[in-house]
Design a protein around this ligand. Sequence first.
Ligand code: CTP
Length: 399
Amino acid sequence: MLTERRVHLCVSGGIAAYKAVELCRALQKAGADVRVAMTPNARHFVGPLTFQAITHAPVLTATLDPSDEMAIGHIDFAQSCDALVVAPATANLLAKAALGLGDEVVSTVLLATDRPVVIAPAMNTVMFENPAVQANLRTLAARGWHIVSPDAGELACGAVGPGRLPDAEVIVRAVVDALGPRRLAGRRIVVSAGPTREHIDPVRFLSNPSTGRMGFAVAAAAARAGASVTLVHGPVSLTPPAGVRAVPVISAIDMCAAVLAAAEGADAVVMTAAVADYRPEAASETKQKKTPGPRSLSLVRTPDILAELGARRADGARPVLVGFAAETGDPVAEAQAKRARKRVDLVVANDVSAVGSGFGTDTNRVWLVGEAVEALPLLPKAEVAARLVEWLADHLEGS
Ligand code: CTP
């Protein structure tokens, strides 16, 4: 994927710095010729010798060190590559990059580069969610830098939430995308994600275990491919990818209104959301008190958003429609039926009974069921999203 490409890796001083070693190997395995620069703080976490040993090249550690500058100067490092990757990027480094400060080697390299920059922030959740950090990320995204959103999970500091450096493959994919043609440039894509909540009363609701990860990955991949993305999402604990317009909603009815509005003039709508099929016939404005004995709840159907979009659209017209189907039976046959019934172009069929696939996992095993059926292996959700974006780009170019 990166054959004949030269990728320069900048490492800054966070605990995830040790993972940059694995990233360096993954970039090499993808075919890239890699060189490394490190901030002084990064060297507290991992030694330059490690990178030197695996890249067989000197590591740039200082701007003003004569021997370092003889081997590889910072201007040369900044400009002699196809892309720069910063992983992990600390909050401090993001702030310096946003402001244009160059007080050590990596921030100076970032000032001196005219190449695509892929930046993978990793830090404590509260730091990541700090408005100053988010503002810096928006500034960098607006300058065309490619932000790889951190994963959510348990962090080295014990906190749980977004801030973890994503897997090396995800960052490698971001580099490939940053270098490749931006195949969705000028396209408008709508993505729905997460569950909906159908309230029974102010404190109770019907919902499902969707985390929104698949849809957030699709939104991130489409944005990286150059699309202008609207992400309509139910209640989830994920931070929307940089550069994406997020529209938070609660219920299926809210999601329907938001998706139909965003779909006006869009090139494609990708419905990954696990929309509730039923809602309580009457939601109580006040909390319901319990009473002795059983209680029944009358449910009515929610709008089928995807079917509504299919019904409104003339054959072959825009937007291109993509649905997701969570199946436990024969996923391909079920998806084919769903595709015809909802009049959509592609159904991504997901065998939720398979190990490593479905709700709450990092991976998915899916079939792309369109006019042809393509079976994909078990892949990280980010990679499934990248394949789907390729399918969308092919389909939009062909139609
Ligand atoms: N969908 C929708 N609006 C709904 C329900 C589902 O737009 N009210 C979309 C989902 O986002 C997904 C696809 O339709 O893209 C899933 O189809 P659906 O028929 O809901 O799948 P299942 O829930 O698996 O349905 P069934 O119970 O019929 O198998």
